[in-house]
Design a protein around this ligand. Structure first.
Ligand code: SF4
Ligand code: SF4
Length: 458
């Protein structure tokens, strides 16, 4: 296999011994039942963005599964030749859609990262950033709310303008500088803080749902959480926003920090299963796929495994839920041309492709045009655009090139993709709006229904 440089033992005698000695030494090692399903057919190769960019077998799904198996068989160490291909994976799961043998490459990558982080915990600046964001910030809603207030102050006080005028952002890495420029104006406060815990349905009650507001979503895109809550109520849902909820742990799972992810999962299970609901609604693709896999994350925890499965079963993406419930058709017309980007963790991880499109098709006046290769990763992938900016930028450039001319907006269902697209749009001086699918639906309802009715609480 070209591009692979593992430290492989060639001696048959050594192989016999090494088969008995896996180099995975911690809990949640990559599961043999998963990697042994790979038949090396290569049907995943063309679907893999990192293989498409590099042409290297080690940076393909088949190559990565081979390396993961090699470590399990003791033929390879947990060294840099293993870590590099594992960390350059976007965890986009396009390979899973293409794979005829149903190899769960995403789960294998996440488990492998869990082993790598234990064997060589992040140090220096990256270790500090890991601790700061993944341990001291994202898991704490009040600190996230404080971050929202500080960002808002930065935007409104004139400090942002001053920083831009004095070109102070030049001290930041290029991609971070571009992201700062693309940060949307923070308009509404975090939904977890600003809404009553319980909101009544508008019209006849059809369902009772809980809403997970998320960490980054509620800081950067709290207006999308507001829109989600309004649309749910408009569709006859009584909405409950549990105050003890936490970040879903998706970023932690992707980074290999499974201990913190499990801690957050348990807190969410306690918070959301304390009352009866028909569904737990999520509007962020990356969070939704992790939440649906809490049973896998906690499978060896005797106290939580059963409840994790119950919790995971209730997780429903907002688009999936509205279509299943039977959407109350919006009457307001939107004179816009939009295209739709499939977030990887909606299309590949959750197989949700039709539902968001059906929501868009329900909006009077909206013209929908097809985005070529709509389910190819945009390069966001959690914090991948920060850790691997070159690959992320290459993928983003291809995405932007694909946006059909004449589009007013690009719709999608994931905040990470939205930030990535927005970064590219601002960098290239383009004027398409980047919107969440549910925002368009909300606008269509609000054109027809008075604001006071939609914003009325409890
Ligand atoms: S498509 Fe599936 S079975 Fe075939 S090489 Fe890729 S991961 Fe292995
Ligand atoms: S998850 Fe995405 S980047 Fe990783 S191997 Fe699969 S297709 Fe490639």
């Amino acid at each position: 296999m070209s591009g692979l440089k593992p430290t492989i033992s060639n001696s048959p005698a050594c192989d016999t011994v090494s088969l008995l000695k896996s180099n995975y030494r911690w809990e949640d090692a990559p599961d043999e039942n998963k990697f042994s399903q790979c038949v090396h057919c290569g049907m995943c190769l063309e679907a893999c963005p990192t293989y498409q960019e590099t042409g290297l077998e080690a940076h393909s799904p088949r190559g990565r599964v081979y390396l993961i198996k090699s470590v399990a068989e003791g033929k390879m160490e947990l060294n840099e030749f293993f870590a590099n291909p594992v960390h350059t994976c976007l965890d986009c799961r396009a390979c899973e859609t293409a794979c005829p043998a149903n190899v769960q490459v995403g789960a294998l990558i996440e488990e492998a990262r869990g082993q790598l982080i234990k064997s060589d915990p992040p140090k220096g600046l990256s270790g500090m950033a890991h601790k700061l964001f993944l341990h001291h910030l994202f898991p704490h809603p009040r600190r996230m709310q404080l971050l929202h207030s500080l960002l808002k102050l930065y935007q409104k006080s004139g400090l942002r303008n001053l920083t831009h005028r004095m070109k102070l952002l030049r001290i930041l890495p290029k991609h971070l500088m571009d992201m700062e420029k693309a940060l949307p104006l923070l308009t509404s406060p975090p939904a977890l803080r600003s809404h009553p815990e319980r909101l009544s349905a508008i019209g006849a009650k059809r369902a009772r749902v809980a809403v997970l507001t998320g960490c980054v979503m509620d800081v950067v895109y709290s207006d999308i959480n507001d829109a989600t809550i309004r649309v749910l109520r408009q569709n006859g849902c009584e909405v409950w926003i549990p105050q003890d909820q936490r970040c879903c742990g998706a970023l932690h799972v992707h980074a290999g920090d499974r201990d913190m992810a499990k801690k957050l999962a348990k807190q969410n299970i306690e918070a959301f299963l304390s009352e009866e609901v028909d569904a737990i609604i999520i509007n962020a693709a990356g969070c939704g796929s992790t939440l649906k896999e809490y049973d896998e994350l906690l499978k060896s925890d005797p106290e939580y495994s059963g409840r994790a499965a119950e919790f995971a079963h209730k997780i429903t993406d907002v688009s999936q839920f509205l279509i299943k419930l039977g959407l109350i058709l919006p009457e307001g017309s939107l004179d816009l041309t939009v295209t739709y980007h499939d977030a990887c963790h909606l299309a590949h991880a959750q197989n949700i492709r039709e539902e968001p499109r059906r929501l868009l098709e329900s909006i009077p006046g909206l013209r929908i045009v097809t985005l070529p290769d709509s389910d190819r990763c945009c390069g966001s992938a959690g914090i991948y655009n920060l850790t691997h900016p070159e690959m992320a930028n290459a993928l983003l450039a291809r995405k932007l090139d694909d946006i059909p001319s004449g589009c007013d907006a690009v719709a999608m269902g994931n905040p990470g993709c939205m930030m990535q697209f927005q970064t590219g749009i601002v960098r290239e001086g383009r004027d398409e709006q980047i919107v969440h699918t549910i925002q368009l639906l909300d606008w269509a309802y609000r054109k027809a229904i008075p604001d006071e009715q939609l914003q009325k609480g409890g």
